[in-house]
Design a protein around this ligand. Sequence first.
Ligand SMILES: *[C@@H]1O[C@H](CO)[C@@H](O)[C@H](O)[C@H]1NC(C)=O
Ligand SMILES: *[C@@H]1O[C@H](CO)[C@@H](O)[C@H](O)[C@H]1NC(C)=O
Length: 440
Amino acid sequence: MSPLCLCMLVLIVMAAIDFSKCPMLEDVQRLTDDLLKNHNSLLRPRRNQSEVLIFNLNVELITILEFNEVEETLSIMAIMYMSWKDDQLVWNPRKYNGIQATRLRSEQVWTPPLVPLNSVTKIEQIGHNHSWLLVYVLSHGLVYFSPGLLLSTKCEVDVTYYPWDEHNCKLLFVVWGYLDKEVAINPIEHEVGRTYYTENGAWELKGSKIWVFEITMQIVLRLKRRPEYVLVNAVCPIVFLSFVSTIVFLIPAASGERVSFSLTILLSIAVFFTIIGDSLPKTSKSLSIFSLYLLFIMVTIIFATLANIFSLYIYYKDEQNPVTQCWVKFTRCILCRSKKRPMKSRGQSQHDGKHPNVQDKCIKNNQSCLPYIVASVSNDTDECRCTNSKDSDTSIEDKFDRNENFSWKDVSVAVDRLLFILCFMIVSISTIVFAVLMVK
Ligand SMILES: *[C@@H]1O[C@H](CO)[C@@H](O)[C@H](O)[C@H]1NC(C)=O
Ligand SMILES: *[C@@H]1O[C@H](CO)[C@@H](O)[C@H](O)[C@H]1NC(C)=O
């Protein structure tokens, strides 16, 4: 008989012996009674009390229930898989009709007093007070215990890059009441398991890490906000609104709509400011760049509103007061700079001027011109002519050169033009700076 066949035979015989032993209910009852007879669940289950009790630990994350960045709390649901060797729970299976394993209530045996330290609700041993929890015990004393965990912990929030923020949430655990010479944690994996993990809609789990130091354990969850919601509901509307707010200077002053337009935009931004403020933690430790951008935009719009009122004040200034020399210089400077299209504004602004109104005169003479072609009166013949605005540039320069008087309305147009360019640039630059900071 070959050694292999012999070996097979031995195995078959052993299996047959094990099959013949079929544990009955009485055997389980006897085993449970024997195990618990002299058992004290408060004692550290090591025969040699100088030895360290090492328990293996595996953390399985089920879901992130909520991450409340306003209150800075993180609620998770997880399962802790623990196993250790209990010298009090050892038996010989032969004595109990071949029972290899049994189950006991977790409160009847020693369980590692692992306590979450930064919980915001209560300090309590994991699996404590869950009398329905069972432990699975093997005949050589290996105990398996897998309590569920519904935990709310404090998690410091750094919203500098809101809504592209990432947070490292730390869950701290300690083996309460034992020294590191007595009990040690042995994490099987160095990150949380995600076999049963369900994704959270607002937060993405980017990674995790489990650190163990003596009797403390720290689980770090790296959470990243999914920014699409905030992007669509706050960032985009605010950026668009801030650009819309600059066109207030293009609204004709005579329409009387300018101040109400500015104030409406200001109110909308204020509403967004409130909404964003409500969704951020009320802490001054880290200010979000987005809030600062919002504040800056708000200040710009307030400035635009005030500037707008100032421009209107100039527009409606009494024409009896002559335009001062400094304003004349200013107007000439601004309107000369943007020489390409000065005719529209000048055409409008000349309506109430003291100067002969070219357009009116020409219309009286039944000569009207296309919008971009300007009617003008030739100096010597007093005749109406339609000129392309390009050709008429020389005549405006002539007027400037001839030191022709400006009305206050011309000054207002120049002020508007400057303010529009200024505000547009401020908003553009701040938006670009915001975008660059965010990309970093
Ligand atoms: C108990 O454990 C300690 C440390 O492992 C060892 O030095 C000692 O010999 C052990 N005592 C017995 C009686 O086994
Ligand atoms: C255990 O749970 C019961 C109800 O489930 C509760 O009344 C009791 O206060 C809890 N005990 C502790 C120590 O938390």
